[in-house]
Ligand binder design. Structure first.
Ligand code: ATP
Ligand code: MG
Length: 474
């Protein structure tokens, strides 16, 4: 049953010495021991990987303790509930687990776990390419145990479940998202049978926690070309279950033969464009969210056709609740995404002729230190296939950026705070915290952004006195 083809893994020196030592300790304890799963896969694909999974037929915790002693490491962290142990060896995290057999009961999400053979252990793994085992014992060092032809699937770039897809996905529906995540990360195809299995089991995703779903979603988003994953999520019918607001971007309506662009696929193009330029997860989220307000603001006008007026503000308004629902952070990262959604149309308006310095200063002030990211998003948002138009739009943004640089050099707006604080206003007029303080402070800020006065303490101070007179405070 087992295919014992020779491995073609090349370890570097520190990996090899660590794994050989684990093998020698396993020999001493008389434990059949393997390197398994993602690490074997990534090594064969020559991808970087720091998480080493070790499986042994027998007491994995004992093995991990012995390895820690011989390596002079702190004792392993033991996860009793899972029967696993973890040690940190230099740059590597090594997880030890005993080979196990899992049986699932229809009415429960939790499997019944029993000790098992290596083969049992390989059977419970999600995909053929994740079930490869590389022998670490001295007599069989380097033998690859590949019962499901995972190496062939690796060569052909195919994701396939080891057992029938229906069994694998019903046992643990998260695996459907993992399949799509691996397809996106590795640029692999999902085998037809496996893909059909996902379509069939898609409803079952509802028993998986939002945290685990979002972890996979973020891994899709961080892949080189995230549209691969999102197109699959759409194809199998998972996107509407895990991220309905995004699914609503899909589709084109027609009135009098006039359609608009499909905003799902447009968004994916923007996401890929951003991903090509930046690895920042939150900038990528801003790309996903930038048009999220479009379905709610879509109107048809006989004269001008389809409009999405206000989708920037509506999208910004939707951002906190979507982040909350997806269990994404609600801190400054959400605020950053929200800010970019809110401002994503503003640079377009700055490409019009006769733009005033004050309009540029305002955007610099509002975007603050996120202005470069905002411009990246805007450039990524140009998805026209017409090369002439594309060049022209990009050139327009170059002009805007030049102007911004000029103004920034002159006025230093990016990290700017108005030259007079609320405390100073209270001091000067001998008043307590009040609405008046806010009005004066805001008026100073507006006057500087509008260019009515220079960005200097002196001019701001006399402006403040005039404003206070006007308000009858002095
Ligand atoms: P990555 O580390 O890039 O997320 P990985 O394949 O190493 O990818 P891990 O979550 O680290 O994924 O899991 C290690 C191994 O455990 C996998 O390669 C696979 O064999 C197995 N595994 C993980 N999650 C599951 C699951 N939900 N169902 C079945 N097997 C799984
Ligand atoms: Mg891993």
């Amino acid at each position: 049953m087992m295919d014992l083809s020779q491995a073609k893994i090349r370890f570097n020196r520190s990996e090899e010495s660590l794994l050989k030592k684990i093998g020698a300790i396993a020999d001493k304890l008389n434990l059949e021991t393997y390197l398994i799963g993602g690490y074997v896969r990534d090594k064969l694909l020559k991808r970087a990987c720091m998480d080493i999974d070790i499986v042994c037929v027998g007491d994995a915790i004992k093995l991990s303790k012995e390895v820690a002693v011989i390596y002079n490491l702190p004792p392993p962290t033991i996860f009793k509930r899972f029967g696993t142990a973890m040690i940190k060896a230099g740059e590597f995290e090594v997880e030890f687990v005993g080979a196990r057999k899992e049986s699932y009961n229809k009415d429960s999400r939790k499997p019944i776990v029993q000790n098992g053979s290596l083969e049992d252990d390989q059977n419970r793994r999600d995909f053929t390419i994740n079930a490869l085992a590389f022998s670490l014992n001295k007599v069989s060092w380097g033998k690859m145990l590949d019962p499901f032809r995972g190496i062939e699937d690796l060569k052909n770039g195919v994701i396939r479940t080891p057992l029938s897809p229906k069994v694998t996905f019903t046992d643990d529906p998260l695996r459907m998202l993992r399949a799509i995540r691996f397809a996106s990360q590795l640029k692999f195809d999902i085998s037809l049978e496996t893909l059909n299995g996902i379509k069939e089991c898609a409803d079952r995703i509802e028993i998986i926690s939002q945290e685990r779903i979002t972890t996979e979603l973020n891994k899709i988003i961080l892949s080189d070309k995230p549209s691969i994953g999102f197109k699959l999520l759409h194809e199998v019918g998972l996107i509407e279950k895990i991220f309905p607001a995004m699914a609503r971007l899909r589709g084109v309506d027609y009135v009098n033969g006039k359609g608009h662009k499909d905003n799902y696929f447009h968004t994916l193009q923007v996401l890929d464009n951003v991903a090509y330029k930046s690895n920042d997860l939150w900038l990528r989220w801003a790309a996903i969210m930038h048009d999220i307000g479009k379905p709610k603001t879509k109107r048809f006008n006989n004269k001008i056709g389809w409009t999405f007026h206000g989708h920037d503000a509506v999208g910004a308004g939707m951002t906190p609740s979507i982040f909350r629902k997806l269990k994404l952070p609600l801190d400054h990262k959400m605020k950053f995404v929200q800010k970019l959604v809110r401002l994503h149309l503003r640079p377009i308006s700055l490409t019009k002729e006769n733009i005033t310095d004050s309009a540029i200063r305002r955007l610099l002030y509002e975007a603050g230190e996120d202005i470069d990211q905002l411009m990246m998003l805007c450039e990524a948002d140009i998805t026209t296939k017409n090369e002439g138009k594309q060049k022209r739009y990009l050139a327009n943004y170059e002009l805007v950026k030049e102007k911004m640089n000029e103004i920034e050099e002159k006025d230093h707006i990016r990290n700017w705070q108005p030259p007079i604080s609320g405390e100073e206003i209270m001091d000067v007029f001998n008043i307590g915290p009040s609405r008046e303080v806010g009005i004066i402070k805001n008026a100073i800020k507006e006057a500087i952004l509008d260019g009515d006065i220079a960005n200097s303490y002196k001019e701001a101070h006399s402006f403040m006195l005039n404003k206070a007179k006007e308000m009858g405070i002095i």
